[in-house]
Design a protein around this ligand. Structure first.
Ligand code: GUN
Ligand code: ZN
Length: 423
């Protein structure tokens, strides 16, 4: 049976204050609680006592989720069947991304993506846009309307993409510069210089974007790294003198502490050393890595090297908008690698870890004084299946874990963005 524990300041009457001294007739408990089951109050009293006795009845207030890598233009083609990375890009992704020169379409998908994110408890998105500047304006405008802290940038590609999706080294530099001057630091917006990945940028374009980053070092830089074996082999053939995949970024000024490298699954020892040396951030995209068939990110091995790691949906290579489902996939990948991530580690990755990757620690993804009030309330008994498991919980972690593994947008009871409820 579903239990709800309401915690807060409570007022209870034991007598009629018109007849008795009013002070003896009632109790005000500044930290009280009420347990509700099947429409009735089954216990009332000290919140602390009720919390200990009924770990399964509680909602959990936590920082909003921070998605550290996604592609908002891929929202409408999420869950497209049957392809691995390069074929998936050519078959599904590039045709869809070609539509974002149309501002009205970009506006519609940007708004839809933000609303889906909020419904799933994600209060910050970090997104690739498309090569079209309109797609960047649509993204930051939709976020501003909702007062969301977001990171994004124009995706740059000057080769190995359809004509409709190619810019040049110079136009990528010029457009990215104009967009970062327009958006970076405006309201809650952060600009990320965004070469898609080495196969779709010439060395000239990577150099141009490296120069732009050195001229604007407070911007972030986001790209993809070592996601699939075929991709890595392709990178080797396109950059025959590069020491490894990371070197294609490093030798063009695109390796740094404010760099975000998505996927980073099949890393070589030199790459791991360099990422650790410069303090770069990796982004784990677990539903994407299983959906597209990429491989198993080494969460614990990379954490042992103190490499900052965020967590992300990678929509639409990822198969869910939910950071709960994303945590579940991270858990499953951990199991396949032989180590179970604790619920606290999963929640940390989805909030603080992603915020740290974005260099926004203490501002977002954090439930503490000084942080922006981007907050969610998780219902830990949101479906009958979760509730019946939750009823067996022995402590709060055991009560939370079924929601991580089986929860979705139904588990998001409340979302606050910058101190205001969204619903
Ligand atoms: N590598 C280059 N582009 C993409 C993309 O859109 N999605 C994923 N998952 N990997 C990429
Ligand atoms: Zn991606």
């Amino acid at each position: 049976m579903t239990k709800h524990l309401l915690l807060g300041q409570t007022l209870q009457f034991h007598a009629n204050p018109l007849h008795d001294d009013w002070q003896n007739a009632c109790t005000v408990d500044s930290a009280g609680g009420v347990l509700i089951e099947a429409g009735r109050i089954t216990a009332a009293g000290s919140g602390a006592d009720l919390r200990t006795a009924h770990p399964d009845g509680q909602n959990l207030i936590t920082a909003g989720f921070v998605d550290a890598h996604m592609h908002y233009p891929q929202t409408a083609m999420i869950a497209s069947w049957g392809k691995q990375l390069i074929d998936w890009l050519n078959t599904y992704t590039f045709p869809e991304e070609s539509r974002f020169g149309d501002k009205a379409y970009a506006d519609m998908i940007a708004g839809r993506t933000m609303d889906l994110a909020l419904a799933h408890g994600t209060t910050t998105l970090t997104s690739f846009c498309t090569i079209h500047p309109t797609s960047v304006d649509a993204y930051f405008e939709a976020a501003a309307t909702r007062n969301m802290a977001v990171v994004g940038g124009k995706t740059c590609m000057d080769r190995n993409a359809p004509d409709t999706l190619r810019d040049t080294a110079q136009s990528a530099y010029d457009d990215s510069k104009a967009l970062l001057e327009k958006w970076h630091g405006r309201g809650r917006a952060t600009y990320a210089i965004t070469p898609r990945f080495s196969p779709t940028s010439t060395p000239d374009q990577l150099n141009a974007l490296g120069s732009l980053w050195s001229e604007h070092p407070d911007c972030l830089m986001q790209t993809h790294l070592s996601e699939q074996h075929d991709e890595i082999a392709w990178v080797k053939s396109l950059f025959p003198t590069a020491r490894d995949y990371l070197d294609t970024y490093e030798s063009h000024g695109l390796l740094g502490a404010r760099g975000l490298y998505g996927h980073a699954i099949h890393l070589e020892p030199r790459e791991i050393d360099r990422l650790a040396d410069v303090g770069a951030a990796l982004v784990h995209c677990p539903t994407s890595n299983t959906f597209i068939g990429s491989g198993l990110f080494d969460t614990f091995g990379l954490a042992a090297r103190h490499i900052r790691t965020g967590l992300a949906t990678d929509t639409g290579g990822g198969s869910s908008f939910s950071m709960l489902r994303t945590m579940a996939a991270a858990y499953e990948i951990g199991q396949l690698r032989g180590t179970a991530l604790h619920p606290s580690q999963l929640m940390w990755l989805a909030t603080e870890g992603s915020a740290q990757a974005l260099h926004m620690s203490g501002q977002i993804g954090h439930l503490g004084a000084g942080a922006m009030a981007d907050i969610i309330v998780l219902d830990l008994a949101s479906t009958p299946a979760i509730a019946q498991r939750n009823a067996r919980a022995t402590d709060i972690w055991d009560a939370l874990f079924p929601t991580i593994m089986m929860g979705d947008d139904r588990a998001i009871a409340d979302v606050w963005v910058a101190g205001k409820p969204t619903a």
